[in-house]
Design a protein around this ligand. Structure first.
Ligand SMILES: Nc1ncnc2c1ncn2[C@@H]1O[C@H](COP(=O)(O)OP(=O)(O)O)[C@@H](O)[C@H]1O
Ligand SMILES: [Mg+2]
Length: 375
């Protein structure tokens, strides 16, 4: 018996919004995907009302799971800003949003791993983080994952950037994950990586603001309700910034370490320092800093120019006693391949950029030695 969208909508009619409106009439549902008994959609609500919607989400999930023939239901709660309003990017500096003054619960002590059960089958989870957006965090995360793959490791990539999931674009993945019989999402295989993205659930250009509990429910699902299989390393593309959402994530994901991506500009370095402080606070070791867009390399003559004052991150890393993992040039090939869904490590494996990413991956692997098996 195959389940229809209409059946899903009918079942949702019994679930009421916090204002008492039947869910299908509340104007909050995304497209409903029904695939072989697996149902998948999101509830998009105003960020201010998000808390009140949490119980609605779980009621909706129960209602859908009760439909005969449904083998799994995955329903995400997302808080959306109306188009045209200011983007919810964390501020690069200056005045903090009100939410930044709320203090998220502190760990009861010790490493975050003592509070968060590790994910069976995954030897090491590492975060790729940045103090602000646009520094090339996602590009670095994906190419680092591919570099680790080239070292013979089995690698997954989880795009947890709730503010702007870009892994669907960087990998060219358009399809949505399917669900297994035991109600787990199957990561999408690409370039030999197991890939999951919050962007598979919501559109990349849908600017969103999330509240801590929603972030965690979404991330927990992406981590634990996914059939990752056996992985040596899971690379997590974190949301940029060091606000509540990031801290909650850093606290709740059993991270073995973090890689911080920075550009050479001062501001970005200040942000990188905040990133270091954040991971320190939650006892996650920083594996090192990567300087992205480190120098400009002319695609014609190969000449290097330090347009941003190159070397700042190396210097900063030395000062802070954190390993410096490498410098990635600002280069057309990196941008073009990234944005076309053909990351440079995969599309130009013999080129100079792939070599740089592989060298960074080698250092990360070395620091995880004892944790990851291969190589
Ligand atoms: N080293 C680089 N050289 C050239 N372009 C880059 C480089 N790193 C990133 N980019 C480009 O910069 C933009 C932002 O990169 P992205 O990885 O999406 O940043 P973030 O995840 O930090 O927001 C993208 O268009 C990407 O292709
Ligand atoms: Mg990104």
């Amino acid at each position: 018996m195959s389940v229809t969208q209409q059946q899903v909508l009918d079942s949702l009619r019994r679930v009421r919004s916090p204002r008492g409106v039947a869910l299908p009439e509340a104007n909050v549902l995304s497209d409903i995907t029904v695939n072989d008994g697996k149902v998948f959609f999101s509830i998009n609500v105003d960020a201010h009302d998000a808390r009140a919607w949490e119980s609605v989400r779980s009621e909706a999930e129960s209602a859908v799971r009760a439909i005969p023939g449904v083998t799994n239901a995955m329903i995400a709660l997302t808080a959306e800003r109306k188009a045209g309003s200011a983007p919810p990017r964390p501020p690069a500096g200056g005045v903090k949003p009100v939410s930044a003054h709320r203090h998220p619960p502190q760990p009861p002590g010790g490493s975050p791993m003592s509070r968060q059960a590790e994910i069976p089958g995954i030897a090491a989870i590492i975060a790729v983080a940045s103090g602000k957006g646009g520094v090339g965090k996602s590009t670095t995360a994906l190419n680092l994952a591919l570099g680790l793959r080239d070292l013979g490791l089995k690698v997954g990539l989880l795009d947890a950037d709730i503010y702007g999931p870009s892994v669907p674009r960087l990998t060219g993945i358009r399809e949505k994950p399917e669900l297994t019989g035991d109600r787990k999402m199957i990561p999408i295989p690409r370039f030999g990586l197991a890939v999951m993205s919050i962007g598979f659930l919501v559109e990349e250009d849908t600017a969103m603001i999330w509240r801590g509990p929603m972030v965690m429910s979404a991330i927990t699902q992406m981590l634990r309700e996914v059939n990752w299989g056996t992985l040596d390393v899971l690379v997590v593309d974190m949301p940029p910034g060091t606000g509540d959402a990031q801290l909650t994530l850093a606290q709740n994901v059993p991270l073995k370490g973090a890689v911080i991506v920075s550009t050479p500009q001062d501001l970005s370095l200040i942000d990188a320092r905040r990133g270091l402080a954040m991971f320190k606070k939650v006892n996650v070791p920083v594996l090192g800093i990567v300087e992205n867009m480190s120098y400009f390399q002319c695609p014609h003559c190969g000449t290097k120019s330090d347009i941003f004052g190159h070397g700042g991150a190396r210097h900063e890393a030395e000062k802070l006693g954190v390993p410096f993992l490498g410098e990635i040039p600002l280069h057309m090939a990196i941008r073009a391949t990234s944005d076309a869904g053909n990351p440079v490590v995969d599309s130009e494996p013999d080129g100079p950029h792939a070599a740089i990413y592989r060298a960074i991956a080698g250092q990360v692997r070395d620091q995880l030695k004892g944790t990851v098996s291969a190589a």
